[in-house]
Every structure is written in structure tokens, then in C-alpha cells.
Design a protein around this ligand. Structure first.
Ligand code: SAM
Length: 278
């Protein structure tokens, strides 16, 4: 029997979409194929899918991967997923809020984990932040997100999209754009364009820093007050002005610059000098 389409499954179960859970299900099969080929899934991979919906993407992942672990929060989707994907013996379903799941536990330390998701917009930043800050051991994260957030993630210094999220992601990952996706590829249609990007986890962070926590603290305060000069923005760190001036001098960073002009390497140099001097 042919696979049922997303629309057919929604109709079959009389499923009602939840706006608050960001439910826009993929209907365009060519976008589906782009995600699968972009993610480069093979039979050795354990895939974690966040938010499988009615299982459109999950089904294709199950055909390509060794195992798929899907994490879904919506009670109403659990019986649908169990029924529609019951023919696959490499499928595991976790009924939970992804923000509460410990990714180390569910993969038993396997190091060939690839994560795939068509994420609800409200979850994009929390999920990416969680996966990177907790140092989970994944190879790639192929994810459909709001186009504007994708542009922020991939942004380079000196543009308005460049911010703390760009630095966080680029510190840990290479960012590859797989393709842009129009609202007509989903039911119901979202109001904005989407983009599929792939985060490829680096073996070691892009910049070697003496104190990672301090590095991200400096980054956050630089972008919290984007319009301010660095000299003013770092005041929240409560470092004596004399020491701070010395750290600027040692790092070769002009305190009159604004945070959005600094590369990751420059943020690294500045935070290392603060670590040494202050
Ligand atoms: N993967 C499906 C697709 O591409 O058609 C559905 C994508 S839909 C944009 C997002 C999915 O994430 C929905 O199934 C929604 O119920 C689920 N979801 C929302 N919040 C979640 C959370 N906190 N934890 C796990 N799943 C969540």
C-alpha cells in the first residue's frame, strides 16, 4: 500500500492542530527529500527527531537510519504515531517535552547521533541553546526553522542579524544552508518563510578560550546593549575600569567599538585578557 499523505492522515484521525504547540506539518515531499539527503542519514545512524507530528518525516528517517527516537509532547499524536509507524521495528517514541529530555540517557552514549527537526518557532532558540550548552554529543542537527532565525544563526560580524545566537552556534558548529521553504509546503500554512539549515558539530570549538563561561558572559553583555560601545556594555561585569582598560589594551580591541563588530576570535581574545587581568 502507498504511504498516506500528511493530509490523508490528518483527515483519517480527525486531528486538530494546536497553534500553541507550533503545529505546521510538512506536506511537500520534495522538501522532505531535501531534508533527508541534506542530513546524510545512513544505516549506522541513530536519529533523534524532535516533534514528529503525524510522522511524515519520521517515516523517511526510519527507512534511512539504523534507529529513530522521536520526542513528541502532544498526547493526541502519540496513538497516531504508534499506529502509523507500527511496521517499523527501529522506531522508539518518547512522549515528553523535549526541553525535559536528557539526550545522553536516551542514546546510551552512542556517538553517531544525528538530530533532525521541523521545529515549532517557540522552541528554536531554547532547543539549540540546550543542545549546545549541555555539550551533547551529536554529529549534526538538521533543522527547519523560521528563515529570519536561520539568517541570525549564520550571520557574520557587522550586520544587524549578528548576535549572541550567531556566536553560540558558530563557536560549536559549522552552519550549512540546505534550502528555503515556502509557507505553501505546510498545513496549516505558517505566516513566514522557513529555512532548513544543518549545524555540523566541530570536534573542538572554533575558538580556544581560557574560560568558556566568561567568554559567553562577555558575548551576552556585548549584545544585550548593542548600541553601546564595548567600554559601556561590559560595565555590568563589575570589573574595575583600570583593569578593564588594560584588558582592552592587551587584547588590541578598541573599547569604542560595538560588540556587533567583533569576530569570535576577537571575543575570545578579549575574554582571555579579562580572565588573565581581572
Ligand atoms: N515533524 C512534523 C512535520 O514536519 O510535519 C511536525 C513539525 S511541527 C512544526 C512541530 C512538532 O513539534 C509538533 O508535532 C508539535 O506537537 C511538537 N512539539 C511542540 N512542542 C514540543 C515540545 N516541547 N517537545 C516535543 N515536541 C513538541
Amino acid at each position: 500500500m502507498d504511504n498516506l499523505s500528511t493530509e490523508d492522515i490528518v483527515k483519517k484521525y480527525g486531528f486538530r492542530f494546536s497553534k500553541s504547540l507550533g503545529q505546521n506539518f510538512l506536506t511537500n515531499t520534495s522538501v522532505l527529500q531535501d531534508i533527508i539527503s541534506g542530513a546524510e542519514i545512513n544505516k549506522k545512524d541513530v536519529v533523534i527527531e524532535i516533534g514528529p507530528g503525524i510522522g511524515t518525516l519520521t517515516r523517511e528517517l526510519l527507512k534511512a537510519a539504523k534507529m529513530v527516537i522521536a520526542i513528541e509532547i502532544d498526547n493526541d499524536l502519540i496513538p497516531i504515531l504508534k499506529e502509523e509507524l507500527k511496521m517499523f521495528d527501529n522506531f522508539q517514541l518518547i512522549h515528553e517535552d523535549v526541553l525535559k529530555v536528557d539526550f545522553f540517557n536516551i542514546t546510551n552514549g552512542t556517538d553517531s547521533v544525528k538530530i533532525v527537526a521541523n521545529l515549532p518557532y517557540y522552541l528554536t532558540t531554547p532547543v539549540i541553546t540546550k543542545l549546545l550548552n549541555k555539550h551533547y554529543n551529536f554529529k549534526t542537527f538538521t533543522v527547519m526553522i523560521q528563515k529570519e532565525v536561520g539568517e541570525r544563526i549564520a550571520a557574520k560580524p557587522n550586520c544587524k542579524e549578528y548576535g549572541a545566537l550567531s556566536v553560540l552556534v558558530q563557536y560549536y558548529c559549522d552552519v550549512e544552508v540546505i534550502g528555503k521553504v515556502k509557507p505553501s509546503s505546510f498545513i496549516p500554512r505558517p505566516k513566514v518563510d522557513s529555512i532548513v539549515i544543518k549545524l555540523i558539530k566541530l570536534h573542538i570549538p572554533r575558538v580556544r578560550v581560557k574560560d568558556e563561561k566568561l567568554f559567553f558572559k562577555v558575548v551576552r553583555c556585548a549584545f544585550n546593549m548593542r548600541r553601546k560601545t564595548l567600554r559601556n556594555a561590559v560595565k555590568v561585569l563589575n570589573i574595575s575600569p583600570k583593569n578593564m582598560e588594560e584588558a582592552f589594551k592587551e587584547s588590541g580591541i578598541d573599547p569604542k567599538r560595538r560588540g556587533e563588530t567583533l569576530s569570535l576570535q576577537e571575543f575570545g581574545r578579549l575574554s582571555d585578557c579579562i580572565y588573565e587581568i581581572c
